[in-house]
Write a protein that binds this ligand. Structure first.
Ligand SMILES: Cc1cc2nc3c(=O)[nH]c(=O)nc-3n(C[C@H](O)[C@H](O)[C@H](O)COP(=O)(O)OP(=O)(O)OC[C@H]3O[C@@H](n4cnc5c(N)ncnc54)[C@H](O)[C@@H]3O)c2cc1C
Ligand code: FES
Length: 497
C-alpha cells in the first residue's frame, strides 16, 4: 500500500550515483531515510567525504510512510519516558528533539520546502482516561514544554483533558527527502540506491560488503530503521510496531485545523495535507506489533469506518501502513555499536516520533564524528536504565522466545492445505517436515520457506500489505519472498512447487 506522499510527490530526483567498487569515504551512511540523509548532510557540510547506500529508494521505508508531524508534543511518549527515566534524561531527550526540530525547520526554509505551521494537541476520549492525560501534561511541563489546557478542540467527537503545544509543524516527508538528497549531492556527497549492505568487516578502513561489491570507509553509520548487524543485539532491545494511515478527500470546511493524537485507545492521529491544490484529511491509528493484528485488512476497514462516522462525506484516496521501533524506556539508542572499536554507530528506537528524533540522532552522531561536545546527547548516551525498563526488556524477550516456539509448533502441527490460498491470502503449514508459506497475489501462487532468514522466526501473512511479516523482530518480505525491511539481510528461500 503506497502512502499519499509516495503516490503524489515527484519522484526523488532520479539520483543517483553509480556504484564504484572499492571506493573509499570518510563515512558510509547505510540507509536513506531521514536519519541517514540528515547525518550525511551534516557530515558533508563539515567537509567529510560521505556516501549514502540505500537498499531500496530514498525515503521508501518508514520516512516516506510517516504521518510527518514535526512536533515536540510526543503524545503518549513523554509520560512513559518520565516513568522509565529521570527528569534529567527527559529534559535531555526534549533538548535533543528541540534542536532536531529547529535544525530541520531552518534547513527546509533554506531549501524552499513547504512547511505548514500548526498547533499540536493531545486528548483522551474516555473520562476514565483523564489520569493518563494529566500524567502526560505534568511530564510535558517537566520536560520544559509550554503546553496549555484547551476546553474544546472543535473535533466531531467528545474529547477530555486536551493539551496544546502551539506552533509546531507538518510537511510532506518526501519533499524533505528530496531536498536532503539534493543537499547531500551539492555538498559533494554520494547517494547510491538499490544496493543493500549485507555485512561490515570492522578494520582500518572498514570494508562495507554490499550486494553490488565492497566499499571502504573510516566510519559507518547504520541508519537502517533497526540495525542489521548482531553486535549489541539491538534488534532484540527494541520492538517493531506497525500502524496504519488513510487519506481522505472531503469538504474543506469540515477539516480539523491542527494536528491531533489521542492518548487512550483506540489511538487516532489526525492532520491535514495540501496535495495537488486541495487539502486532504489524514487519519492514523490501529497500531500493533509486527506479525500480529491479523487479519491486518481489518485495521484499514476500522479506520475507514471510524472516519465515515465522524467525518461524513470523506472519500478515501489512500491507505498505507508502516513500522517504527520502540525501546523499553522509549529513549532511542543512538551512538557507538559495541565491539566495533567506535567505527560503527547506529540510531534506532524513535517510537513513531522520528521526525524530530531522527534529526536529533543525526546531530548526535555527527557531533561524535566531529568531536563536538553535545551535553544532551552525552546525557542520553550515558543514562542509567531503571528497573522498570529492564523489566519490560525482559518481558519483550520472553515474548519473542514464546513466539519462536509457538510459530514452529503451529507450523509443524498444521499440514499445508491441498488447495492454493484464494486471491490475496497466505497460509503457513507443514510440508514434509518443513514450514512452508504459500500465497496467491494477482493470480500468482508463490511457495517460500516460512523460516525468517534473520534468526528463524516463522512468518505470518499480512493481508493488508500482502507481505510475510516476522513477529520476532519485524523483518518483512513481499509475496515473492524479497526482503522489504527489518534486521534480516536475505530474502526468504523459494520452495519448489
Ligand atoms: C505510521 C507511522 C507514522 C509516523 N508518524 C510520525 C509523525 O507524525 N511524526 C514523527 O515525528 N514521527 C512519525 N513516525 C516515525 C518516523 O516516521 C520514523 O521514526 C522515521 O521516519 C525513521 O526514519 P529512519 O531514517 O530512521 O528510518 P527509515 O525511513 O526506515 O530509513 C531506513 C532506510 O534504511 C534502508 N536500509 C535498511 N537496511 C539496509 C541495508 N542493509 N542496506 C542499505 N539500506 C538499508 C531502508 O531501505 C530505509 O530506506 C511515524 C512512524 C510510523 C510507522
Ligand atoms: S526478524 Fe528476527 S527472526 Fe525474523
Amino acid at each position: 500500500m503506497n502512502s499519499l506522499w509516495m503516490d503524489t510527490s515527484l519522484p526523488v530526483e532520479a539520483v543517483v550515483h553509480r556504484f564504484e567498487p572499492g571506493a573509499r569515504f570518510d563515512v558510509i551512511v547505510v540507509g536513506a531515510g531521514l536519519t541517514g540523509l540528515a547525518s550525511a548532510q551534516m557530515l558533508s557540510d563539515a567537509g567529510m567525504s560521505v556516501a549514502v547506500v540505500e537498499a531500496r529508494t530514498p525515503g521508501a521505508v518508514t520516512t516516506g510512510h510517516s504521518t510527518a508531524k514535526l512536533s515536540l508534543l510526543h503524545s503518549g511518549a513523554i509520560a512513559d519516558i518520565r516513568t522509565h527515566t529521570s527528569q534529567d534524561v527527559l529534559r535531555a531527550y526534549m533538548d535533543g528533539n528541540r534542536q532536531g526540530q529547529a535544525w530541520l525547520l531552518e534547513y527546509l526554509q533554506g531549501a524552499g520546502v513547504p512547511v505548514q505551521r500548526r498547533d499540536a494537541f493531545s486528548y483522551v476520549t474516555h473520562t476514565d482516561a483523564r489520569a493518563e492525560a494529566e500524567a502526560e501534561k505534568a511530564a510535558a511541563r517537566e520536560a520544559g514544554l509550554d503546553v496549555d489546557d484547551v476546553d474544546d478542540l472543535g473535533l466531531p467527537f467528545p474529547t477530555y483533558s486536551a493539551l496544546r503545544l502551539k506552533d509546531q509543524a507538518q510537511f510532506d516527508p518526501l519533499h524533505v527527502v528530496r531536498a536532503l538528497v539534493s543537499g547531500v549531492r551539492r555538498a559533494g556527497g554520494v547517494v547510491i540506491e538499490r544496493v543493500r549492505v549485507t555485512d561490515i568487516d570492522v578494520g582500518e578502513p572498514c570494508t562495507v560488503r554490499t550486494t553490488a561489491g565492497d566499499m571502504l570507509a573510516n566510519h559507518v553509520i547504520l541508519a537502517t530503521g533497526v540495525p542489521f548487524l548482531d553486535r549489541g543485539l539491538y534488534f532484540a532491545k527494541v520492538t517493531a510496531h506497525r500502524s496504519y494511515a488513510l487519506a481522505f478527500r472531503m469538504p474543506e470546511d469540515a477539516l480539523p485545523a491542527g494536528m491531533y493524537l489521542s492518548l487512550d485507545s483506540p489511538t487516532r492521529s489526525l492532520r491535514t495535507a495540501p496535495v495537488q491544490g486541495e487539502e486532504r484529511l489524514i487519519v492514523g491509528g490501529n497500531g500493533h506489533l509486527v506479525g500480529e493484528g491479523q487479519p491486518t485488512r481489518r485495521n484499514v476497514e476500522e479506520l475507514e469506518a471510524w472516519t465515515a462516522s465522524h467525518f461524513p462525506g470523506a472519500i478515501r484516496t489512500h491507505a498505507w501502513s508502516a513500522q517504527d521501533y520502540q525501546s523499553a524506556n522509549r529513549i532511542p539508542f543512538v551512538g557507538w555499536m559495541p565491539r566495533t572499536g567506535g567505527k560503527v554507530s547506529l540510531a534506532t528506537g524513535f517510537n513513531k516520533w522520528g521526525m524530530t528524533n531522527a534529526v536529533a540522532a543525526a546531530l548526535s552522531l555527527s557531533a561524535d564524528r566531529l568531536g563536538v561536545p553535545l551535553p544532551w546527547a552525552e546525557k542520553l548516551h550515558h543514562r542509567v536504565t531503571r528497573p522498570a525498563s529492564l523489566g519490560s526488556g525482559v518481558a519483550a524477550n520472553a515474548r519473542v522466545a514464546g513466539l519462536l516456539a509457538t510459530g514452529w509448533v503451529d507450523a509443524e502441527l498444521s499440514p499445508l492445505p491441498d488447495a492454493d490460498p484464494p486471491e490475496g491470502a497466505g497460509v503457513v503449514g507443514n510440508e514434509r517436515g518443513a514450514p512452508v508459506a504459500v500465497s496467491t497475489v494477482e493470480g500468482v501462487v508463490c511457495r517460500l520457506s516460512a523460516v525468517c532468514t534473520h534468526l528463524g522466526g516463522i512468518v505470518t501473512w499480512n493481508d493488508a500489505e500482502r507481505s510475510w511479516d516476522c513477529p520476532l523482530h519485524g523483518s518483512r518480505f513481499d509475496a515473492q519472498g524479497r526482503l522489504l525491511e527489518g534486521p534480516a539481510t536475505q530474502d526468504l528461500r523459494r520452495m519448489p512447487g
